[in-house]
Design a protein. Structure first.
Length: 455
């Protein structure tokens, strides 16, 4: 360690000058959050929202079939048929009311209000369950905003009382609508056949018609005692896109054989689609070394499972966590966290990449790093003089050997000083003098240099 001699007046040395610290820095954290919209419930809708006709547009709806005869149906058994309401016009219509009457008849699958897009259709069912023997009729009316409103459906059937020792057959549910099914996959429905009669029911044949429809699980012949039931399975596996209709036909020793169950479904192509909650993220301006994070929600908006294999980012200062090696079922989502920690001043761009069996997801990233002033300082201390010293002065220069300028405003008896008025990247040279009680100042001590880091 060097000793510092202060000449003049026989004063003793001031030793030594020692650098304690030469720089400092600061850090502050910033945290931002992106609030995601949740699923918003809407009113029942088929296609787009209804609107009035104009500019040559037409409004027209029809129902098919417009009438249905259910034939003979055993008392307390039921028979069901499907109907289709179609918008055959060029603009949207609104179903405003559905009414009907007729003993034993009931309508399911259609209610108001309902918006029906131009060219769209909706399938519903009317069931006949006679409570007593005799012929019954019914009428249903569907009111819409179309010019052809209302449309009417007429139905009739005959309830047949079963004499003792007579079987009866009923199948539920009926009719069956499988909805949309992706090509190459299958959907199934558990069915139940019931003997509501008073004698053994013998089923001799069961079959399904219509492209993609099938039945299984019911052996032939099947015997059901009075009051007993058994389940079987109806399935739909489309081979092409588009609407499909079919029937299940069951032959038995019951009256009205064969019993028919209407089937409907729609084949759709496989849709693999992964949708991010945002298409770009802007982190704004942040000081270098200050981190910020934002979430991005990834949702499977297709109709098949999406397997995410990797998630990565590009761009200096950007990073991502979560989401890799995940499988999302349709409508399922996962959230990943994107962070930005600028390494220096200037604009930065990047991208979030999501690799999966769906088309690649690419979210643009942007941020700005600010230049920042790092608060450096120089701390000096030295051993006190053994003379009758009443204070010390600290001098600083920018060139070795001076000239020097005093940096402490007044003499101070303390043997330490902190110089806070320094700048990054510069070198400073320090000396110290001692002051006695007669206000006589010694010569300069030996010199100490300090280089301030950048920035």
């Amino acid at each position: 360690m060097r000793r510092v001699h202060i000449p003049g007046g026989g004063r003793k040395s001031v030793t030594p000058i020692r650098i304690v610290s030469s720089s400092g820095s600061f850090f502050r954290s910033v945290s931002l959050a992106l609030v995601l919209a949740g699923l918003i419930g809407t009113a029942a809708c088929v296609g787009a929202t209804g609107k009035s006709a104009g500019n040559g547009d037409t409004t027209s709806v029809n129902v098919s079939p417009p009438s249905m005869s259910y034939g003979n149906v055993s008392v307390k058994s039921s028979a069901s048929h499907s109907f289709k309401l179609s918008n055959t016009g060029t603009t949207d219509v609104k179903v405003t009311n559905v009414t009907g009457q007729g003993p034993g008849f009931s309508l399911t699958g259609l209610s108001a209000p309902l918006d029906l897009n131009a060219g769209a259709s909706v399938t519903f069912a009317i069931k006949f369950t006679p409570l007593a023997a005799g012929h019954e009729t019914g009428t249903y009316s569907i009111t819409t905003s179309a010019d052809s409103s209302p449309v009417a459906i007429s139905v009739d059937g005959t309830g047949v009382a079963l004499p003792n020792g007579t079987p009866s057959i009923e199948v539920t549910p009926s009719p069956v609508n499988f909805g949309g099914v992706t090509i190459g996959t299958a959907d199934s429905q558990t069915m139940r056949v019931t003997n509501n009669g008073t004698a053994e029911l013998t089923i001799t044949k069961i079959s399904a018609s219509g492209t993609g429809f099938s039945v299984s699980g019911l052996s032939i012949p099947t015997m059901l005692a009075a009051g007993k039931d058994q389940t079987f399975t109806a399935a739909f596996k489309p081979t092409a896109s588009g609407n499909q209709t079919g029937r299940i036909s069951i032959s038995s020793n019951a009256a009205g054989s064969p019993l028919v169950v209407d089937l409907s479904a729609s084949g759709s192509t496989t849709s693999l689609h992964l949708t991010p909650s945002v298409t770009s993220l802007n982190f704004g301006s942040l000081p270098a070394g200050v981190g910020s994070s934002k979430p991005v929600k990834l949702t499977n908006t297709g109709n098949a499972d999406v397997a995410i294999s990797s998630i990565s980012v590009s761009g200096t200062g950007f990073s991502v966590s979560g989401g890799s090696d995940a499988t999302l079922t349709p409508s399922q989502s996962i959230t990943v966290s994107i962070s930005f920690d600028p390494k220096g001043p200037g604009g930065v761009t990047g991208n979030l990449f999501v690799s999966s069996n769906a088309p690649k997801v690419d979210v643009g990233l942007q941020g700005q790093g600010e230049g920042r002033v790092v608060p450096h300082s120089v701390s000096l201390d030295w051993e006190s003089s053994h003379s009758a010293v009443v204070g010390y002065n600290v001098y600083r220069g920018s060139v070795s050997g001076g000239p020097y300028t005093r940096v402490n405003p007044t003499s101070d008896a303390n043997t330490s000083y902190r110089d806070r008025n320094v700048s990054g990247g510069l070198t400073y040279f320090y000396v110290v003098t001692a002051i006695d009680s007669s206000n006589i100042e010694s010569g300069f001590s030996n010199q100490v240099s300090v280089k301030i880091p950048s920035p």
